[in-house]
Design a protein around this ligand. Sequence first.
Ligand code: GLN
Length: 424
Amino acid sequence: MSADYNVFITEETIEGADDGPLADSTVAVKDNISTEGVRTTCGSEMLDDYVPPYDATVVERLKDAGATIVGKANMDEFGMGSTTETSAFGAAENPAAPGRVPGGSSGGSAAAVAAGEADLALGSDTGGSIRNPAAFCGVVGIKPTYGLVSRYGLVAYANSLEQIGPLAPTVEEAAALLDAISGPDERDATTREEGAGTDYAGAATGDVEDTTIGVPAELVEGADEGVRERFEASLDDLRERGATVEEVSLPSVEHAVEAYYVIAMSEASSNLARFDGVRYGHSGGFDGNWNEAFSKAREEAFGEEVKRRILLGTYALSAGYHDKYYKQAQDARAWVKQDFDEAFESVDVLASPTMPTPPFEVGESLDDPLQMYLADANTVPVNLADLPAISIPAGETDGLPVGIQFIGPAFGEEEIIRVGSALE
Ligand code: GLN
């Protein structure tokens, strides 16, 4: 059955402990999260036969919680994409919208949940890769605050931006999965004590009485009309339940996509340097010249989108251009953070459409990378600011799923879970 949507790159069962809070749950794990003894490809030919010798911390925690892992989920190569079409193992399909992409880069994870091939899934979100496929497949996805979930064993794309997080059919189930994987880890020095011991599933009360929801005009203007209608209808629901909705402004987000792509590509160019066929990855063979061996390995085994990003990232970091691109992007990042801080002085959470459009048709976005990058306008500001966000199904437009996103202050997962659950 799983062949139908091409959800898994590797289908293999990994049993967890006999009991625990997730003892009755099956989980699909994105294929950039290391599983001991089970190959972890990152959706790339480069790691076609890579078998990690250890588990990621989140995988250890899943096992401890009693979960059964049912497979390694399809994804855009190294997390670079918004449709799962850059996967070297073929695109996944959208079970909720035939002929459309499931979103990305955690498209296999979201499609697994939407198709019922797993109860729950883990994805990773560098610039929207959990929320985008959640919105496109009509499921719930949470991008945690930077530092809430360990990245130990996550193959890095852009480490200052990414977090592992849950996908599930409901807010409460996503929150229960967050309960299992979150909390400090001595093997990831960027994890924090904040949030430890919180009962996230218990926060899914649906109570929005006295909650103030801010709507940044900048994140609504660019959305399709059908998406805006569903977004407004969701806000009306929340008002009826006692929430107050007010407009806020985040002027800096206009620069978020540019800043995100400069930072993400710069970090990627450095992170992916280890895949040279010697330290890691597909071998280019050795003919007496190491430089040739490395470039042959990389030429053969990286896809087009990954190569584009390594080239652009290397350029942005090169001597003479560093101040012009990388430093400017870091300044923009600081400005985005500051805008969010100011907004949270007057509201509890922020709301926007998760994606500006319904799911694209298969093949639609591949020949226009810039168009694909612009589709991330509403998700990347959250990663630049290290904040938590959740995407919740907000109905359909012309039969296609629409998602609404709630953004919280740092370690404000309980707030966004509470508000999100009010729409179920
Ligand atoms: N679409 C974004 C990118 O390609 C987000 C990817 C992600 O979050 N991994 O970079």
